[in-house]
Design a protein around this ligand. Sequence first.
Ligand SMILES: NC(=O)c1ccc[n+]([C@@H]2O[C@H](COP(=O)([O-])OP(=O)(O)OC[C@H]3O[C@@H](n4cnc5c(N)ncnc54)[C@H](O)[C@@H]3O)[C@@H](O)[C@H]2O)c1
Length: 278
Amino acid sequence: MTGRLEGKIVAITGAASGFGEAAAIRFVAEGAKVVLGDIQEDAGKKVAEGLGDAARFVSCNVTREEEVANLVDTAVTEFGQLDVMYNNAGIVGAAGPIATTVTDEWKFTIDILLNGVFYGCKHAARVMIPRGRGSIVSMSSTAGIMGGLGPHAYATAKHGVIGLTKNIACELAQHGIRANAISPAGMATPMVAALRGDPTAIEETKKGLAASSPLKGRAGVADDVVNAALWLASDESGYTSGHTLTTDAGLTIGSANATPFEEYQPIIREAGKRGMDD
Ligand SMILES: NC(=O)c1ccc[n+]([C@@H]2O[C@H](COP(=O)([O-])OP(=O)(O)OC[C@H]3O[C@@H](n4cnc5c(N)ncnc54)[C@H](O)[C@@H]3O)[C@@H](O)[C@H]2O)c1
C-alpha cells in the first residue's frame, strides 16, 4: 500500500539520523511533505536534498523553544499546514550510578528528551487547534515503561513523555487532535551502535541485538519504529489516542522471562492431585 500519508505535512525532530531519517524517507514515499529539524546541519540537509521538493531542512535544537516553534511555523509557511508532529530527537544522556550523576548532565538530558518534546507538543497544538485536526507522535522507550532498562535521566524523561502524551491526548481530543507515543526496545540505529563503539556499525549491532532478542533471531530495526510511526501519523489510527505503542518483541510484557512450554502437562489441581480422572 502506498499513499498512506498523501497530502499530509509532517515535522520531524532529530531527522538527520536513525528513526528520524528513516521516517522522513518513508513518509515522503507515502505521499507526505516533510520539514526536517536537527542540530546536525550537514547530515540533515543531505537527507532533505535526497527528498527533493517534498522536504525542507531547518536547523533545530529541541532545547530552544524558538527553534522548535520555527520548525512548526516552517511547515505552515512552506507547505500551508501541519498535520503530524513527530517528536523524535534524542540522546542517551547522563549515565552511571545515581550517586555520581552530574547534575548538569541530568538537566541537559531532560532538556532534550522531555522539554524538547514539550515544546514540540505545545507548538504543534498551537497550529493544529485552529484546524481541528492533527496527530502528535513522540518517542518514548521501553525505559519509559519499566525500570532498569536505561540510565536514570533517560528513564525519567521517557516515562515523562508517556505521561505528557496521555495528558495532552485528554485535552486535545476535543480539538480532533490525537497524541501517541512509541516505545522501542534497543534497536539497530546509530545511537545503539555508538553505545557498542561505532555509530556506523549497524549490521554488527543487528547481529548482537538478534542474539539477545526475545523474538528468536530477530533484531529490532529502524523500519519497525517507522512502521509504528507511520500508522500513528496516518488516518489509519484515527481512533487511537493516548496510546503507547511498543516495538519491543514483547520485552515489556515479560517475553524475555518466559518459561518454555515444551510438552503436555496434566492439569495441576488441589492438594497435589494431577489429571482429570477423579
Ligand atoms: N535506537 C533505539 O534503540 C531507541 C530505543 C528507544 C527509544 N529511542 C529514541 O528514539 C529517538 C531517536 O533515536 P535514534 O536511535 O534514531 O538515534 P540517532 O542518534 O540515530 O538519532 C537521533 C537524532 O537526534 C538528533 N539530536 C540530538 N540532540 C538534538 C537536539 N538537541 N536537537 C535536535 N536534534 C537532536 C541527533 O543529531 C540525531 O540526528 C530518540 O528519542 C531515542 O531516545 C531509540
